[in-house]
Design a protein around this ligand. Structure first.
Ligand SMILES: [Cu+2]
Length: 487
């Protein structure tokens, strides 16, 4: 992608980060002016929520062909956004512990891509969940993922992970759900995926490119979609138990979810059951997080699922032009109607994993940083981990296979960064903001602005080389990613 020229006048309208916009092209921050055309109007709102097509494993194997290409329906209109097999989200892949998942991914994009099975505890090597694979335009690649027989059941997702293009490709629409199913585990009359994305489209249905400021802060689209639909309706009977598997597939947006007039009972996070159902007024989901919730409507009526404001911090001490705070947006409506039935009791305890008890053999610290300067242009915003931008050839952390480590991940910047580690989930021990911890595994955690999180990470089941990074994917593309070698 060639950086578009950017006028000084345009740069000054970008808010407090004009200096960043003026040096577009350095260190991966690419200044791209908006197309200037009108705003996309959804073709349909309020229709019943549809589920993406489900591809289910049979006889211990699921073989699928996925084609990444432009041209999908979003919000009831044809768009030139991206999808898998003509859909955004793509098909839901459902596998069982012990299965083999074979994916032939064909790239019909104009740029390289690849695939990350976010949340699956599978090998990061070879043609498994290997983030270093590159699939050029027109090429295909055969992935083979071996799901361990003791893999916990849970809600995961898949998306491209080719460094430098991850944000554009996810934001463009290349996302899908991936479920590890072990049969009935919690009582639910309805089991639905709610995969949430955001995107900004112009009136012709083209994706509006991210600006320099968008890339610094992490882009947030103006249109919020659930399974590619605009403000869909979920119809349920009073007394039913709805299981919603929510995926925050937004590129940068933190979702602070509320179901107005009701509380949310969370049962799983990032594909791992909590120890017991946990009641929440607001469910905060960083980009990449999944949350399984149970909803038991009692009274008939309409209840809005909304994404409330969340302050991700700001680069310039709160000036609105550069803050990562968004307003309240309606996502979907729960319509409760029909004959009432007696509700089942929520389980008192959940089939969560036993906590790891192995002693910590090493502690480690790693720091997520943002700053001015650096780069060939001699200025501009940089992101790094421990002062280094991503180099796929460099080994940043070397871990002894079989060990359990305690990592303190610090954030010296004024923006919150979601920390994500591939294939090795962690337990959050503590965070600088004093939040409650679950004691169960997860794979994305928000590091507060100028704060820290302390994690316990078992590297006991899978050897190999992979990455950890910021799940604000604009930051990841700009270099906020590091390698980890487990051997
Ligand atoms: Cu970040």
């Amino acid at each position: 992608m060639t950086p578009a020229p950017i006028s000084r006048r345009r740069a000054l309208t970008l808010g407090g980060l004009g200096a960043v916009a003026l040096v577009g092209g350095t260190t991966g921050w690419i200044a791209t002016a908006n197309t200037g055309t009108g705003t996309f109007q959804p073709g349909a709102s309020g229709a019943e929520l549809l589920q993406p097509p489900v591809l289910d494993s049979r006889d211990d194997r699921l073989s699928v062909e996925l084609t990444a290409a432009a041209g999908v329906r979003l919000a009831g209109r044809h768009t030139s956004a991206l999808g898998f097999n003509g859909g955004s989200p793509g098909p839901t892949l459902r596998v069982h512990p012990g299965d083999e998942l074979a994916v032939r991914l064909t790239n019909r994009l104009q740029q390289p891509t690849n695939l990350h099975t976010h949340g699956l505890r599978v090998s990061p090597q070879g043609n498994s969940d290997n983030p270093f694979v590159r699939i050029d335009p027109g090429a295909s690649f055969d992935y083979l993922y071996r799901i361990p027989a003791d893999h916990p059941p849970g809600t995961h997702w898949y998306h491209p992970h080719h460094h430098g293009m991850v944000a554009d490709q996810l934001y463009g629409g290349l996302v899908g759900a991936l479920i590890v199913d072990r049969g009935p585990d919690v009582p639910a009359s309805t089991d639905r995926i709610l995969l949430i994305t955001d995107i900004t489209l112009d009136d012709a249905g083209a994706v509006v490119p991210a600006s320099a400021t968008d890339r610094t802060m992490g882009r947030e689209g103006r249109l919020l979609l659930v399974n590619g639909q605009h403000q869909p309706t979920l119809t349920a009977a009073p007394g039913s138990t709805e299981r919603w598997r929510i995926v925050n597939a937004c590129t940068s947006r933190v979702l602070a979810l509320r179901l107005e007039g009701r509380q949310i009972d969370q049962v799983a996070q990032d594909g791992s059951f909590l120890n017991r159902p946990t009641r929440r007024d607001t469910l905060v989901m960083a980009p990449g997080n999944r949350a399984d919730i149970l909803v038991q409507p009692t009274d008939t009526g309409r209840f809005a699922l909304v994404a409330g404001p969340y302050d991700r911090g700001s680069m310039m001490g709160g000036s609105s032009g550069s803050s990562g705070s968004s307003g309240t947006t309606m996502l979907a409506t729960l319509v409760v109607s029909g004959a009432s039935r007696p509700a089942v009791a929520l389980p008192a305890v959940l089939p969560s994993e036993a906590p790891t008890v192995a002693p910590v053999t090493r502690t480690r610290q790693t720091d997520f940083r943002m700053g001015m300067g650096g780069g060939m242009g001699g200025g501009g915003m940089t992101v790094s981990i421990d002062g280094r931008t991503f180099d796929p050839a460099r080994d940043d952390q070397t871990v002894a296979f079989g060990s359990t480590e305690e990592w303190t991940v610090t954030n010296t910047s004024p923006l919150a960064h979601p920390f994500h580690m591939h294939v090795w989930p962690f337990t959050v021990l503590a965070a600088s903001d004093g939040r409650a911890t679950t004691g169960t595994p997860q794979d994305v955690v928000l590091i507060p602005p100028r704060g820290w999180v302390r994690l316990r990470i078992p590297f006991t089941t899978l050897p190999g080389r992979s990455v950890y990074h910021c799940h604000i994917l604009d930051h990841e593309d700009a270099g906020m990613m590091a390698t980890v070698v487990v051997a």
